[in-house]
Design a protein around this ligand. Structure first.
Ligand code: SF4
Length: 712
């Protein structure tokens, strides 16, 4: 008889990738980890191919299992002990700060980090390093929608209602969102919506997989979404579809908006955007006559130098129709990264302290400093948004050292070749990651980190629902968690200083020196108490008992908040605020030398900068390489056949990838996915113009030319 093997281990957790945070079960048996479906309210057992294959990275042969130090003689990265690596980091930080001041060390975080890590990273920067220079890659993700939400509603929660509301909407308008490829399990809500007789309308310059599901597809020229929004509101006003009682009772500032959209008669919007008047009218009527109506934006509308105003245009439309706070209705943003929501709430943004507090607010500083056990005056002031921070690295007035956690800006930043150069100019670049990303490959020190299945923590999904990530197993030998790295570095910096400017700081009994995620979360609860994103009433036990908990949740014995805005908005007067916004051209317009529009996006089988998904065999087979999508008419003019390599050239750089001919794109526009580095790096081409409010770069439109690549 065969002896029974060890009992399999299981963990009920969530996918490591996008903001849908699909529930899944991990099961380890005989050393192999399988992903199993798990009933969870948002994905109801469904996963996309990224989720199904997520465990393949746990034992991946390219996984980093020892720190790496750059050898000064050879210039190569060489294995090192943890002690040597962390000593090098601490020494480098001390050298840079003593020579150039505290702000000369920067920290760059990520929207995939757990809430605990985002919190600890912000605290590490402000208290251990005492630098103002921290920001994160979420600035490149949803920052425009966040800023628009804050100024209209006084709060920024991606969806202010549960995802399941989508399935019951009479009319659902998706603007610049392609969940059929980016979040496939979400499509079941769209299917349900349509089976109930609802109308799905998609605004996208490409005929995406989501647009193919739609009852109506508006295909505007990239960069003209705001004109579309203004025309929709113009029609709603003309046809008496707006909710006057709601506007009077629950909002302020409408008159200016009414005057601003008066000039956006539909024919004008058609000329600018290419969307036919009849389609604009049909959309406005569907939005204005439905009982349950939802408007959602995503990166297509948001990643522009006018991203905040574009989102505001759709928020204005939603407010005029009386949607926010109406049962089953509202405006929302489909956040992208796994912890895009929680990552922007706990202090890794340049202008923020935990609880979505402003770092320049004296009361907020006093509260957080009290939790941290430091004088409020010692907390640095606001830093600068991600692109400005990255573009200042190594310059005479910019930081000389940077620590990167959970991000790969060499691939994901706009005008990426320039940012790559900035990173090379640093005196010290430290990257914590579990794979040798393109950014890690440039580092002086690489710190190998645990993966999602090897540590506990919480994430906050696109609904503002706080979830538990549960560890299945310990990290492999040689690997540490991000929290352990931060705790160790904190201790080394404190021990090595001993001067009164930088004594050992922080609450010695609190999270500052602990790598324990639950202890960090307990402190996060206190730090967030009373803030916009109030987690004070959320415990890990509460999350376990109820499939998560929605913030704000100030009281452990009180309710959480699945739906916002039912009674009032969290603004000083309780009203939502209209803002008059005006279309303006893209930061870079087409010209004789650069006659085409270039736009970027994602494909189903890859995620973000591709560091992880490009290494999963099944995903690599499904999406092996970048491509440049061209309309056949354009390809014909250029003499390019399907599959032939083409060069896309902008004023900033170029990329080379095979042409993919498709009638799904406008003849005046070309598209490339941004998941690849090297010669196929789409962000070598993109524009680094940023939104003046959010700091969001203009990833979604710039001017290019396309050239055939002559092959020998
Ligand atoms: Fe993971 Fe997002 Fe796919 Fe769900 S949709 S399985 S969270 S990548």
């Amino acid at each position: 008889a065969t002896a029974p093997g060890p009992t399999p281990r299981e963990a009920a957790t969530h996918c490591p990738y996008c903001a849908l945070q699909c529930g899944m079960t991990l099961r380890e048996e005989d050393g192999r980890v399988a992903v199993l479906p798990r009933q969870f309210p948002t994905n109801r057992g469904g996963l996309c191919q990224k989720g199904w294959t997520a465990a393949e990275l746990l034992d991946h042969p390219e996984r980093l299992t020892t720190p790496l130090l750059r050898d000064p003689a050879s210039g190569e990265l060489r294995p090192a002990t943890w002690d040597a690596a962390l000593a090098r980091v601490a020494e480098g930080i001390r050298d840079v700060q003593s020579g150039h001041g505290r702000d000369a060390v920067a920290v760059f975080g990520g929207g995939g980090l757990t809430n605990e890590k985002a919190y600890a990273l912000g605290k590490f920067a402000r208290v251990a390093l005492r630098t103002r220079n921290i920001d994160y890659n979420g600035r490149f993700c949803m920052s425009s929608a966040a800023a628009a939400g804050m100024r209209a509603f006084g709060v920024d929660r991606g969806l202010p209602f549960p995802l399941s509301d989508l399935g019951r909407a009479d009319t659902l308008l998706l603007v610049g969102a392609n969940p059929a490829e980016t979040m496939p399990p979400l499509v079941r809500w769209l299917t349900e919506q349509r089976q109930r007789g609802g109308k799905l309308i998609v605004v996208d310059p490409r005929v995406t997989a989501t647009a193919r599901l739609a009852d109506l597809h508006l295909q505007p020229l990239p960069g003209t979404d705001l004109a579309v929004a203004s025309a929709l509101l113009h029609i709603a006003l003309t046809e008496g579809l707006v909710d006057k009682d709601y506007i009077a009772a629950r909002t302020s500032g409408f008159e200016e908006v009414r005057r601003a959209v008066a000039a956006w008669w539909p024919a004008r919007a058609e000329v600018l955007s290419g969307v036919p008047v009849a389609d604009l009218e049909a959309t406005a009527r569907a939005l204005g006559t439905g009982e349950r109506v939802v408007i959602l934006t995503a990166r297509g509308a948001e990643q522009h130098a006018k991203g905040v105003d574009t989102v505001t245009g759709f928020v204005n439309l939603a407010l005029a129709l009386g949607l926010p706070g109406r049962p089953g209705s509202g405006y929302g943003c489909l956040t992208g990264q796994g912890n895009g929501q929680g990552g922007r709430e706990h202090g890794q943004k340049a202008d923020q302290l935990p609880g979505y507090r402003r770092i320049d607010d004296p009361a907020a500083r006093a509260h957080v400093a009290g939790v941290w056990g430091v004088p409020a005056d010692d907390l640095p002031g606001p830093g600068v948004p991600a692109y400005r921070l990255l573009d200042s690295l190594g310059t005479p007035d910019g930081p000389k050292a940077m620590l990167v956690f959970g991000s790969n800006p060499v691939v994901s930043a706009p005008r990426a070749a320039r940012i790559e150069g900035r990173l090379r100019d640093l005196d010290l670049l430290v990257v914590a990651d579990f794979l040798l990303s393109e950014t890690a490959a440039l580092a002086d020190v690489v710190l190998p980190t645990a993966q999602w299945a090897e540590e506990d923590g919480t994430m906050t999904n696109l609904e503002g629902r706080v979830l538990r990530r549960r560890a299945l197993r310990e990290p492999p030998a040689g690997v540490r968690t991000d929290l352990a790295i931060l705790a160790d570095l904190t201790a080394r910096l404190a021990d090595g200083r001993g001067d009164d400017a930088s004594p050992p700081r922080g609450d010695e009994k609190g999270s500052f020196r602990t790598p324990e995620p639950q202890a960090v979360f307990e402190e996060l609860r206190r730090a967030s108490a009373g803030g916009i994103a109030d987690y004070a009433g959320i415990t890990w036990e509460r999350i376990d008992a109820h499939d998560g908990a929605y913030w704000p949740c100030p009281d452990p014995d009180g309710p959480d908040t699945p739906r916002l805005f039912a009674e009032r908005f969290p603004t000083p007067d309780g009203r939502a605020r209209f803002h008059a916004v005006e279309h303006r051209p893209a930061a870079e317009e087409v010209s004789a030398a650069y006659p085409l529009h270039f736009t970027t996006g994602r494909v189903l089988a890859q995620y973000q900068s591709g560091t992880q998904t490009r290494r999963v065999p099944a995903l690599r087979r499904a999406a092996p390489e970048a491509f440049v999508e061209l309309h056949p008419d354009l390809a014909g003019r250029l003499g390019v056949a399907d599959g032939e390599p083409v060069r896309v050239v902008s004023r900033r750089g170029e990329m080379v990838a095979p042409a993919r001919l498709s009638a799904a794109i406008r003849p005046d526009t070309v598209f490339a996915p941004f998941h690849w580095g090297g010669a196929a790096r789409a962000n070598s081409v993109t524009n680094d113009a940023v939104d003046p409010i959010s700091g969001m770069p203009e990833f979604k439109i710039c001017a290019v030319r396309v050239e055939r690549v002559e092959t020998p």
